[in-house]
Write a protein of this length. Structure first.
Length: 305
């Protein structure tokens, strides 16, 4: 997210190199990253940096898959959230072409609608995304920060039109959960959280995958200076933190690593999206993704609520 802005190019290149050397495949970015860290108020630096990295590493494009997004870029500097590009059909196509140019690639492996846009006719929106897949410019489609019923409607429309529909969901998720009625107050995106319904939906459809951003809650599992927000202050959090500490001690791993293992090893398996700024954070992510929790310890985590 912050590559090319607050994370400088040499650091970003080192992180990307280490990630790929360790077997990492997916790289997730967006056309708007990171407008809030850009004095001019526009994004694009992350995609541009990825383009320079790919160019400097011949052959690496064949080893990685690129995901990017459309829908949240500022139309004018510092206009978020009042004014953003949205998901009009021409925007979807223009931004895809822009992302391809920025990264110097000929196709996007996974193209996300960064948020919903209810001011646009959904059938036109679905047709625009599907056309990019038909043309080979996009491999797969996904919805981020979108109500589940809207995703299901989009899939139905896509089936009726004979085009590809969204099969990936990107939402906020972690081991700790906020109180349900405050989700929209704690987070910019009202429909930006994984819920029980989302998990059930994905578990029942092998074509659907769930990706989770903010899985480590900005370091809250390890750092006293990164407390959870008020939305997470309830008895369930106390019980889950106690269970997490017990399991981490039992397996000899950090709490963050246990959280990532819990996410990737569940049903459905969830792909955590990590924003790392140094090699130690990357090592934590890799360790968590490969850690397999014993059945009884996973049950201990699940039973805490």
């Amino acid at each position: 997210m912050l590559f090319g802005t607050t994370i400088d190019e040499p650091t970003a290149f080192d992180l990307l190199d280490a990630y790929v050397d360790a077997g990492g495949v997916w790289i997730d970015t967006a056309d708007c990253y990171a407008f809030w860290a850009d004095p001019s108020g526009y994004g694009g630096q992350s995609e541009e940096l990825l383009g320079r990295w790919l160019k400097a590493r011949p052959g690496v494009r064949d080893r990685v898959r690129i995901a990017t997004k459309v829908g949240c870029e500022c139309v004018t500097p510092n206009s978020w959230p009042e004014v953003s590009e949205g998901l009009a059909p021409q925007v979807i196509r223009d931004v895809a072409e822009q992302s391809l140019r920025r990264m110097g690639i000929d196709h996007i492996d996974l193209y996300w609608a960064h948020r919903d846009d209810r001011d646009v006719d959904q059938a036109e929106n679905v047709a625009a995304f599907g056309a990019l897949v038909a043309e080979g410019k996009v491999g797969r489609l996904g919805h981020s920060n979108t109500a589940l019923w809207r995703t299901e409607r989009a899939r139905g429309l896509a089936a009726g039109l004979g085009v590809a529909g969204p099969t990936a969901l990107q939402l906020r998720y972690s081991y700790l959960q906020p109180r349900p009625m405050v989700r929209g107050r704690d987070h910019d995106h009202r429909f930006g959280f994984v819920t029980d319904e989302v998990l059930d939906y994905a578990a029942g459809d092998p074509d659907v995958s769930v990706w989770a951003y903010s899985p480590l809650m900005s370091g809250a599992y390890e750092r006293a200076d990164r407390p959870v927000s008020e939305a997470f202050e309830h008895v369930g959090t106390t019980r889950r933190l106690a269970a997490l500490a017990e399991v981490a001690d039992a397996v000899g791993h950090s709490r963050s690593e246990v959280v990532l293992s819990w996410m990737t090893g569940g049903t459905p398996s969830i792909t955590p999206i990590l924003g790392v700024s140094d090699l130690d954070q990357l090592a934590t992510g890799l360790a968590g993704a490969t850690l397999v929790l014993p059945t009884e310890l996973r049950a201990r985590l699940e039973d805490a609520w």
